[in-house]
Design a protein around this ligand. Structure first.
Ligand SMILES: Nc1ncnc2c1ncn2[C@@H]1O[C@H](COP(=O)(O)OP(=O)(O)OP(=O)(O)O)[C@@H](O)[C@H]1O
Ligand SMILES: [Mg+2]
Length: 264
C-alpha cells in the first residue's frame, strides 16, 4: 500500500500541474485532433499506385533473364529508339566492316549483363574511384561501338594527369582506339591539342539572316565565359552583351560570305 502511494507521487512530479485540464479543454482537444489528422495524412501519403512513379528492387536471376530476352531481341531487330547495351562482351561476338557499314553478330550469353531500353538513360552510382567507369560505363560504350551505333563521348578527364609525365586519365583514347579498330571515323574536339578538329560556330548559321541561331550561340558563349557565379541583379548588361555577340556573329557570317563571293 505504501509502495503504490510512492509511485503515484513520483508520476505526479513529471506531469505539470493543470496539464489534464488543459488537454481536456476545447483548445486542447482541437490540437489533438489536428495532430491526429497530420499523422493520418502522412500515413496515407504515397499509398495507392497513382502517387508512385516506379518501384525498385534488387535484380535477381529472373530479372537478368528477362532483361537478356528483351535486349537480345532489340540487338537483333535494331529499331530506332530501342537500344540495348551490355556489360561483358558475349562469347563469339563478331563485328566486321561490310561496304563501310559495321555488321555485328551478338549472340545471347548468360554471363553477360544486358541493359535493354538503354535509350531511356542509365545511371551509375558509386563513390569516387570505385570503378564506375572501368566496370560499367566503358563496357557499355564498347557495346555501343560493337553495334556500330554513333557515339558522342564527353570525357571530363581528357586532359587530367596525376603528374606532368603521367598519361591522361581520360577514357577517350582507349575507347577511340577500340572504335578505330572497328572501322569508326573518330573525331576529337579538344581545343588546344594537336589532335583536335576545328568547330567553327559560324558554320551553325545558315546565312547572315539566321539571327535566331546567332542569338542562341551568343547566349551560350556569354554564359560559358561568365567569370564567377555572382549575379549583380542588373540584366541590362547581360542582354546588351548577348546582342553584341549576336551582331558580331551575323556580321562575321555576312563578311565571310562577301569574301567568298569576291573570290569567285
Ligand atoms: N574491377 C577492377 N579491376 C581492376 N582495376 C579496377 C577495377 N575497378 C576499377 N579499377 C581501377 O580503379 C581505378 C578507378 O576506377 P574508375 O576510374 O573506373 O573509377 P570511377 O568510379 O569511375 O572514378 P571517378 O569517380 O573518379 O570517375 C582505375 O584505375 C581502374 O583501372
Ligand atoms: Mg569515372
Amino acid at each position: 500500500m505504501t509502495v503504490q502511494t510512492q509511485q503515484q507521487a513520483s508520476l505526479a512530479e513529471y506531469i505539470p500541474s493543470g496539464f489534464e485540464s488543459a488537454v481536456v479543454s476545447p483548445a486542447g482537444l482541437g490540437l489533438l485532433t489536428c495532430a491526429l489528422i497530420i499523422v493520418l495524412a502522412k500515413y496515407f501519403e504515397g499509398k495507392g499506385s497513382k502517387t508512385k512513379l516506379a518501384t525498385a528492387r534488387w535484380g535477381g536471376g529472373r530479372e537478368k533473364t528477362n532483361a537478356r530476352t528483351i535486349a537480345c531481341e532489340q540487338l537483333r531487330s535494331r529499331q530506332h529508339n530501342r537500344v540495348a547495351l551490355y556489360i561483358g562482351t558475349p562469347a563469339d561476338t563478331r563485328t566486321q566492316l561490310v561496304n563501310g557499314e559495321i555488321v555485328s553478330e551478338i549472340p545471347s550469353d548468360p554471363k553477360t549483363i544486358y541493359i535493354p531500353d538503354a535509350q531511356r538513360g542509365v545511371m551509375v552510382i558509386g563513390g569516387p574511384g570505385s570503378g564506375k567507369s572501368f566496370s560499367m560505363l566503358n563496357p557499355l560504350i564498347r557495346s555501343a561501338i560493337d553495334q556500330g551505333l554513333p557515339v558522342i563521348l564527353y570525357d571530363f578527364k581528357y586532359s587530367k594527369q596525376e603528374s606532368a609525365t603521367a598519361s591522361a586519365k581520360g577514357q577517350a583514347p582507349i575507347l577511340a582506339g577500340y572504335a578505330l579498330e572497328r572501322g569508326y571515323d573518330v573525331t576529337v574536339l579538344a581545343p588546344g591539342y594537336k589532335e583536335s578538329c576545328i568547330a567553327n560556330p559560324l558554320d551553325f548559321l545558315r546565312d547572315q539572316e539566321d539571327s535566331e541561331m546567332a542569338r542562341q550561340l551568343a547566349i551560350t558563349i556569354n554564359r560559358n565565359l561568365k567569370l564567377g557565379d555572382t549575379d549583380n541583379g542588373n540584366s541590362f548588361f547581360t542582354n546588351a552583351g548577348d546582342q553584341l555577340v549576336q551582331a558580331i556573329l551575323t556580321l562575321s557570317c555576312h563578311s565571310g560570305k562577301l569574301k567568298i563571293e569576291r573570290n569567285f
